[in-house]
Design a protein around this ligand. Sequence first.
Ligand code: FAD
Length: 429
Amino acid sequence: MDTRLPEFPRLEISGYIPELDLLNNPIFTTKEKEFLTEFYEYMEEILEKDLKALEELNYLAEEPIQERKKEIVANFMKKLAEKGYYSTVIDFEEYEVGNVTRNALIALALCGGFWSKNSGRYINGNWSIEMGRLAGGTLYCNPVNYKANEFQRKKFLIPVVKNGLMAASAMTEFKSGSDIVRIELELDDKNDTVIANGKKLFITNGVLANYIILYGRLNSGRLGGIIVDTEHQQLKNYESSRVRTYGMNDAFVSRLVFNNVEIPKENLLEGDGLDIMFHQLTEERLVISAEAIGDSIKKMFFSHSFALQREQFKHKLHQYQIIRFPIAQNIRQINLFLSALINYTREIDSHPQSASSKIMASHGMGLKIQTSELALQSSTDLFRTMGGRAFTEQYSNQIALLDAFCMIHGGGSHYVLGDAESRRLFKTT
Ligand SMILES: Cc1cc2nc3c(=O)[nH]c(=O)nc-3n(C[C@H](O)[C@H](O)[C@H](O)COP(=O)(O)OP(=O)(O)OC[C@H]3O[C@@H](n4cnc5c(N)ncnc54)[C@H](O)[C@@H]3O)c2cc1C
């Protein structure tokens, strides 16, 4: 059953906004704009139909949509991988834009969408599908790339990067959320196998993943990371189920249970689990910042168009300052954050060692907080601007109003990050 009401037409984006056009932004170099232009063309020609199909499925009630969504999402990652848009962790020499900057540009475009000058319309972004790309392409690929030996690279990294296999990173548990050192999942190290026992929660792509980087506690008491081949989710003694969330409709955030799962010891990554987890953190934070800026751009397109189209008390909404001001303020913030983001990613691309610097990690953390709070604010402002319509799934689905709420916790909760950031400032020893 389609739940849409005929009184509520689809909200069409009617206006090009030069301040939100990345190709019009003087901060980006010619090479970066060329990269974005190619991505936009691919998004409009190849990816947009999948994004629309996912949205359409959200309007159906009383019909099983999960299997159909799973297929679309898995194929979407393959399409991204075909063009090197899934993971940017290898093949640097083929590109003139650095790998961290490319990762951020893809996230910006996939979440923010863009105004297509070719067809004179807005191509809608989708933060939840970008979350799947981030989980597989970055949270899985980056640590594997960091620590994998030749055998592991060939078997578990290259097929993911090149063929877009679904992958996930499993850190969070019921007790170990923000406090990651409380991980309890056991990795019992036998002769040729490691036996995994425990549960993971909130794992993006969990039910879809071919490969999972699983963090747990080794016999020595130290944390370790091991790659699990889920054998297309049929692995013996392993169970996965989707967590019902109120946003991030296409991210397949999942719960995983490992009940005496046997994993070949050759899948164990060398080194300390905490070091492996933290290694990719700065890039993750910057890509989430790009996602949040992209999502804010998308929310601005919808707020702006609605304010142009809707009339109340004999005036269009945009004629009221109370409607106009938040939009102008958010656009101003978007552009300030964009310039910070692009400077950080370029810095890491030209000096990769800076990704391991504590101060860069702290800057990344600060940007992640501020940009995700901006995305939340932009959603709240759009919610206010749209009146009762914002309360319906019909519009909420179209604009993914709730995605930004999830990311106050995704990629590290803001209170924890903010607390750590402020503690650093007052460190005396
Ligand atoms: C959309 C989404 C996708 C996710 N994907 C993944 C994934 O792919 N893999 C994965 O492993 N995890 C994933 N997570 C889990 C996410 O990283 C955790 O939700 C996060 O670490 C917070 O843990 P928690 O939910 O247990 O909250 P808690 O740790 O219980 O925190 C509860 C509250 O207390 C605050 N708090 C906790 N400690 C402190 C402190 N020291 N100082 C100040 N405040 C504090 C927190 O900020 C929060 O507001 C995802 C989460 C979301 C929302």
